[in-house]
Every structure is written in structure tokens, then in C-alpha cells.
Design a protein. Structure first.
Lengths: 99, 647
């Protein structure tokens, strides 16, 4: 399998993540979508690292995974706070930015 | 002891400045009141001594040349653009002596006159007095027109601040502003004249200008406008018609201030300016004619106005305006020396009259001559010196004003101004009349309102019955006349009065023995005519107000139209008011409308549009996170598409 297969896989995963992020009404679903997009990027990094023989991509990926863990922790904390305040986790009801 | 004259003049000039700075910059001294007063008076007296010594240097046999000592001030490529310094000659040292003499006497007098004032106010008063003395001397000895103008403005400021000494009193504050703005109207002319003259002649320096003028090196074209502008400044300062309206109101200030600033020195600055630049005015006879005619008109109008005043200070104020008209008329007739001569004698006896009226006001607590009466018995010293001043002003022989007034009349006749001459002669008659009216009503006769005093009725100038001590800072209620026994003032007040009275008398005697030579031969009938009208005026006042053989009411009704006009100040104040309301306020309203509806309107419309557009744009925002993600995603796609197309 060539590089192209991996990139295609990554693009498909990214699009799924984006689709989920945009369409899901549940904030946890949106968070999952974001995770998918991040992992699509990780696939890209690993694939390029492998095919170009450069280990930097692997290391970047490790970093990205670590940061993603922190980001998920924060995101879930926000969701929990939101649920406490609004008694719901639906993104449709979070429109405080509206003037 | 032969001192360097320049040093002497500089000492005289700078001592009051030092006094002002010390009093002004050392707050404990200023707030202490009395010490500041004595410090300032001591400086002023020392200044007088050095001015006198300088005067002797120019008035001994073997007259000295004018000395100019100037220091570069504003540098420019070709020599200094402007200088500061002194120009000492016979004229300026004489004027210097007058200024320092009256200023020192007034300052000593004020220590007693204003002794009831709170200390900080007294300190402020003396700081301003010192500043005034310095600036006035700055005008007198100025070697160039620029320094003269600066000091000219400084005296104007001091005058305004001292008129408004009782600034919490509305009339005083108003009078101060009125004096300031009306003289400013003239000063604008003066400034324009000085600048135009510099363009024409290329220098501010008086000696250089004089040399240019006398060698006919100044182009005559446009010179009339310049001299007229200079005259405008002089007319504002010297209260010439129609800019004289500020001077009577200026009587709201303390009486010593009126004596110094509004009788003896500052108001004569305009006359002095014309004396200083007489060689320039000699080149423009048309402007000189205006000066002469307007001077005579001022003298006559002010004399008529003085006849109907009931406030003793306002009588004196109009009399000052009238005498300033005399001086201007003499200058206009081409005899500036005669005008200057009258300025000097007038400075002495008018200061005397003002200080004397101050003593009266101090004693009886009112300005209104109808409330006075019989004061000669109670305050004999004041009565004597006031009488000396009155006789001098009326132009009775052997007294101070006689010789100078006759000189003025003679010069106006000699200059060929026959109609102004008769106006002045009639004004002389009125002068004697209104001054003796004051004397008979205030010093003789019975005290208080009487039946025969219906002459003034309820028509007197309203709102001016305040006494000198009726100021806002008065300590305790003003004593009512009934329970009050007027008496001569303490020596600090009578002393200056006697000095001035003896000087007025001495000048009169001296000039009777040595008649002055004004450079012309007066017609022989002049002296009898001048003395005759003065005596006739005195007689009329005597018959009306002392013997009462002529009813004052009958006299009033005989001149009812003129009297009505005079009581309204010839409607001049109304004209000014109408100009203010009609022209200035209309213009201001127009400007205000433009500002409110055009300038502000454009801004308001733009801001309203902005607000509206913002409101509309706001509706496009849903506030939902996912919509923004959509927007970001679409924007990213569009960007990529654009980059793809561009490649």
C-alpha cells in the first residue's frame, strides 16, 4: 500500500470528524468529531514520517496525542459545567454569543 | 551726588516690579496684609525719590539730550527685532515723577482707607498696585512701541483686576469686565497700528521713527490709517467718545484705585501716547482734526453728563473724561505740549479730588451727594483740600488747573478750531458748575435729603449708593448716617491730601508768576473769557445750591430734554446693548445654529447610520457554535478555491 492509501484514509476520517462536528447537536458528539479530525492529522503525520524516513513526524504525533488528552479533559469539564448550568448538553441551547 | 540718570530711571522702574514679585511670590507676606502694604509703599516712595533725582537731571539749566538704554530682546538676522529698555528724556521723566508721586501717595493713603479689609485681600491689592506702578512706568519710559504695547496691556489688566477688587459684588465684577473689553476694543486698533507702522518704517524704536518722520523718510500713503489706529488705542484708554462708557462704571473699584488709575495715570496713557508720537501725527493733519473735534465733543458731553450725576465718584469720573477731552483737543490742535501740561496738572488735582472724595466716603459711608451736607464743619481739612482741587479743576486763577486749561483753550483757538473752542469754553462753564454743585451740596448746606433736593429726584444713577466699605468683604454693617459723626481721616489719609493740595496750589502760583509758553500768542481776551465762564459757573452753582434763589427744579425742567438724555447717558449704553443684543447675539445664534444643526448634524447622521447598520448586521449572528464552524469551514474552502484558481 502506498502513501496515497493512508492519505485517503486520513481525509475520510477528517471529513467524518468535520461532519460530526458540524451536525451533531450533542456537545459530547462535537468533541468526538474534533477528536476524529485530530487523529486524521495524526495519521497523516505518521504516514509521511514512515514514507520519508523522518522520525520527527512520529515525535510530533506523540506530542499531539498528549495534548489531545489534555484537550479532551478540558472539553469534558466544560461540557459538565454547561450541563450543570443549563440542564442540557445540547449545543443548540448554547447561544449566549448572540447579541 | 550725581547719579547716572539711566540707573536712576531703571531703579524707579524696577523697584515696584521687585515689590510685586516679592509680595506675589512670598505668600506669608501677601497674606499678612499690613506688612505687605508698608513694604509696597516703601518701595514706591524709594521709586519716587529716584524718579525725582532723574527728573532734576533733565530740568536743570543746560538740558540733557534724551538717553536711550535698550537691550536686545527678540533676535533676528539683521540686528535685534525688538528691544527692551528705557528712553529717558524731559517728557518721560516728568511723567515718571507724576506716576511715582501719585502712586506712592495713593499707596500710603490706602493703608488707612482699606484698613478694614481682610489681610489676604489687602496683600492682593498691594501686589496689584505695585504691578500697576511698574507697568505704567514701563509705558512711560518705553523706548519702542512694542514694549509700550506690552506695558499698555499690563496696565489694562491691573485696572481690570483693581476695579474688580470687590469681585464678589456683581456690579464691580461687571464694571471690571466692561472696562477690560471696551479698552481692548481700542487696543486692537493700537496693535494694528503698531504692526502697520513697522511694515511701513521697519522699526519699533521711537527715536528712530522720529528721525525718519522728521526727515520725511516715512511714506505718507497709508499713514493716516496708522495714526488713526494709534488714536483708537488712545481713545479706548483715555475714554474718548464713544469709548468712554467704561470709565464711570470703573468707579466700582476702591476710591484710591480710581484716583491713581482712573484719574491721574492710566487714563492719561492715551494722551501720553499721542504726545510721544506727536511728530507722527503731525504728518497726518486729517487724523489730528478728528482728535481735536472728538476731544472737544468728549469734553462737552462728559461735562453735561457730570451735571446730573448724584454719585460723587461718578461726577469726578465724568469730569475726568471731560478733562481728557481737553487734553486730546489741544493735541489735535497741534500743540501736544499744552495737552501734556494739562495732563500733569490734572493728574495732581484730580488725584486730590478723588482722594478727598474717598475721605468723605470713608467718613459718611455713602457715595451719594444728596446724603451728604454740612461736612465742612465736621471735616474741615478735607473740605479745604477738596476746595483747592475744585478751584483748580474749575480753572480759577492761582490754582493748578488755571494755567493749563487756558493753555489748552488758547492752543485750540490758535489751531483754528473755533467751534471746538467754544464747545470747550462751554464745557469749562459746566465744569465749574458741576464741581461747585458737589461742593455746596456735600460740604455746605444741611445734611441729608431735603425738600429742595427734588432736583435729582428718584432719577439718580441707580445702584451706586454703595460706600467704599460696602464691599463684599466689609466687616460689620455699614454705619448709618444718622448715628454716625463724620470727622477728618487719620494722618495717613490727610497727609497725601495735603501734599497734593499744596502741589496743586504751588503749581498754580508758579505758573501765575512764570506763565508757560505754549509756542503761540494767545488772544488777549482769552484769560478774561476763561476766568469769566469759570466764575459764572461757580455763581450759578452758588445761587442754585447754596442760596437757592434759583430753584434746582426750575433749572432741571428748563433743560428737561437734555437732562433726560444725560440721565440715560445719551443712550450710549443702550446703543452698546443693542449692538450686543442685535449684532453680536444674532451672529452668535447663527453660529450656534450652524454648529448645532450642520456640524453636529452631519456627525449625528453618520453615527446614527453606523448604529443602524450595526443593528442590522447583529441579526445575522445566531450565537450557535456550529454555525460558526460552518462559516469557518466554508471560508476555508473558498480560500483554497481562490488559491487554486490563482495558481
Amino acid at each position: 500500500m502506498g502513501l496515497q492509501a493512508y492519505l485517503t484514509l486520513a481525509a475520510v476520517v477528517f471529513c467524518l470528524g468535520l461532519f460530526g462536528t458540524v451536525t451533531r447537536r450533542n456537545t459530547i458528539g462535537i468533541l468526538l468529531g474534533i477528536e476524529l479530525m485530530l487523529n486524521a492529522v495524526n495519521i497523516n503525520l505518521v504516514a509521511f514520517s514512515r514514507f520519508r524516513g523522518d522520525d520527527a513526524g512520529m515525535i510530533f504525533t506523540l506530542f499531539a496525542i498528549c495534548i489531545t488528552v489534555a484537550e479532551v479533559a478540558l472539553g469534558l469539564a466544560i461540557v459538565i459545567l454547561l450541563f450543570r448550568l443549563r440542564k442540557t448538553a445540547s449545543a443548540d441551547h448554547v447561544d449566549w454569543l448572540k447579541g | 551726588m550725581m547719579q547716572d540718570p539711566v540707573t536712576l530711571v531703571l531703579t524707579a522702574l524696577l523697584l515696584p516690579a521687585a515689590s510685586f514679585l516679592v509680595i506675589g511670590l512670598v505668600p506669608p507676606l501677601r497674606r499678612s496684609g499690613k506688612p505687605a502694604a508698608w513694604f509696597s509703599s516703601a518701595c514706591m516712595t524709594a521709586s519716587l525719590a529716584s524718579a525725582l533725582t532723574a527728573w532734576f537731571a533733565w530740568h536743570r539749566p543746560g538740558a540733557m539730550e534724551p538717553i536711550r538704554a535698550a537691550w536686545a530682546w527678540l533676535p533676528s538676522a539683521s540686528g535685534p527685532f525688538a528691544t527692551v529698555g528705557i528712553l529717558a528724556d524731559s517728557t518721560s521723566t516728568t511723567m515718571l515723577v507724576l506716576v511715582t508721586l501719585v502712586a506712592s501717595l495713593v499707596q500710603i493713603y490706602s493703608t488707612c482707607y482699606l484698613s478694614d479689609e481682610p489681610n489676604p485681600a489687602l496683600g492682593r491689592y498691594y501686589a496689584l498696585q505695585s504691578l500697576f506702578a511698574f507697568s505704567m512706568m514701563g509705558v512711560v519710559v518705553a523706548p519702542n512701541l512694542l514694549q509700550l504695547f506690552i506695558c499698555w496691556e499690563l496696565v489694562g489688566v491691573c485696572s481690570c483686576l483693581l476695579i474688580g477688587y470687590w469681585y464678589t459684588k456683581p456690579e464691580a465684577a461687571r464694571a471690571a469686565l466692561k472696562a477690560f473689553w471696551i479698552t481692548k476694543a481700542g487696543d486692537v486698533g493700537l496693535l494694528i497700528g503698531i504692526v502697520l507702522l513697522h511694515r511701513l518704517a521697519g522699526t519699533f524704536d521711537l527715536l528712530e521713527l522720529r528721525q525718519l518722520a522728521e526727515t520725511n523718510a516715512i511714506p505718507l500713503a497709508g499713514l493716516s490709517i496708522i495714526t488713526f489706529c494709534l488714536y483708537l488705542g488712545a481713545a479706548g484708554k483715555s475714554a474718548q467718545f464713544p469709548l468712554h462708557v467704561w470709565l464711570p462704571d470703573a468707579m466700582e473699584g476702591p476710591t484710591p484705585v480710581s484716583a491713581l488709575i482712573h484719574a491721574a495715570t492710566m487714563v492719561t496713557a492715551g494722551v501720553y501716547l499721542l504726545v510721544r508720537t506727536q511728530w507722527l501725527f503731525a504728518l497726518t493733519p486729517d487724523v489730528l482734526a478728528i482728535v481735536a473735534w472728538n476731544g472737544a465733543l468728549t469734553a462737552l458731553l462728559a461735562a453735561i453728563l457730570a451735571c446730573v450725576q448724584t454719585d460723587i465718584k461718578r461726577v469726578l469720573a465724568y469730569s475726568t473724561v471731560s478733562q481728557l477731552g481737553y487734553m486730546m483737543a489741544a493735541i489735535g490742535a497741534g500743540f501736544a505740549g499744552c495737552g501734556f501740561f494739562h495732563l500733569l496738572t490734572h493728574g495732581v488735582f484730580k488725584a486730590l479730588l478723588f482722594l478727598g472724595s474717598g475721605a468723605v466716603i470713608h467718613a459718611v459711608g455713602t457715595n451719594d451727594i444728596r446724603d451728604m451736607g454740612g461736612l465742612a464743619r465736621k471735616m474741615p481739612q478735607t473740605a479745604i483740600v477738596f476746595l483747592v482741587g475744585t478751584l483748580s479743576l474749575a480753572g480759577v486763577p492761582v490754582f493748578g488747573g488755571f494755567a493749563s486749561k487756558e493753555e489748552v483753550l488758547g492752543s485750540v483757538w490758535e489751531g483754528g478750531y473755533h467751534v471746538p473752542f467754544f464747545m470747550l469754553l462751554f464745557a469749562a462753564f459746566l465744569t465749574a458748575f458741576y464741581m461747585f454743585r458737589v461742593v455746596f451740596l456735600a460740604f455746605w448746606g444741611k445734611q441729608g435729603h431735603e425738600g429742595g433736593e427734588g432736583h435729582e429726584g428718584a432719577s439718580g444713577a441707580p445702584g451706586h449708593s454703595d460706600a467704599a466699605h460696602g464691599g463684599a468683604s466689609s466687616s460689620g454693617p455699614s454705619p448709618s448716617f444718622a448715628s454716625f459723626h463724620p470727622h477728618d481721616a487719620p494722618f495717613a489719609m490727610t497727609g497725601p491730601l495735603w501734599v497734593l493740595a499744596l502741589l496743586a496750589l504751588g503749581l498754580g502760583v508758579y505758573y501765575t508768576i512764570h506763565p508757560p509758553h505754549g509756542g503761540f500768542e494767545a488772544p488777549g481776551w482769552l484769560t478774561p473769557a476763561a476766568v469769566g465762564v469759570a466764575l459764572a459757573g461757580i455763581l450759578l452753582a452758588y445761587l442754585t445750591y447754596q442760596r437757592r434763589t434759583i430753584s434746582a427744579d426750575a433749572l432741571a425742567s428748563a433743560f428737561a430734554p437734555i437732562r433726560a438724555a444725560a440721565l440715560r447717558n445719551f443712550w450710549l449704553d443702550d446703543v452698546y446693548l443693542a449692538m450686543y443684543r442685535g449684532v453680536l447675539l444674532t451672529f452668535s445664534r447663527l453660529i450656534g445654529w450652524i454648529d448645532r444643526y450642520l456640524v453636529d448634524g452631519v456627525l449625528n447622521v453618520v453615527s446614527a447610520w453606523t448604529l443602524d447598520a450595526g443593528d442590522r448586521l447583529r441579526r445575522t449572528q445566531t450565537g450557535k457554535v456550529q454555525d460558526y464552524v460552518w462559516a469557518v469551514g466554508l471560508g476555508l474552502l473558498a480560500l483554497m478555491a481562490w488559491i487554486g484558481v490563482a495558481w
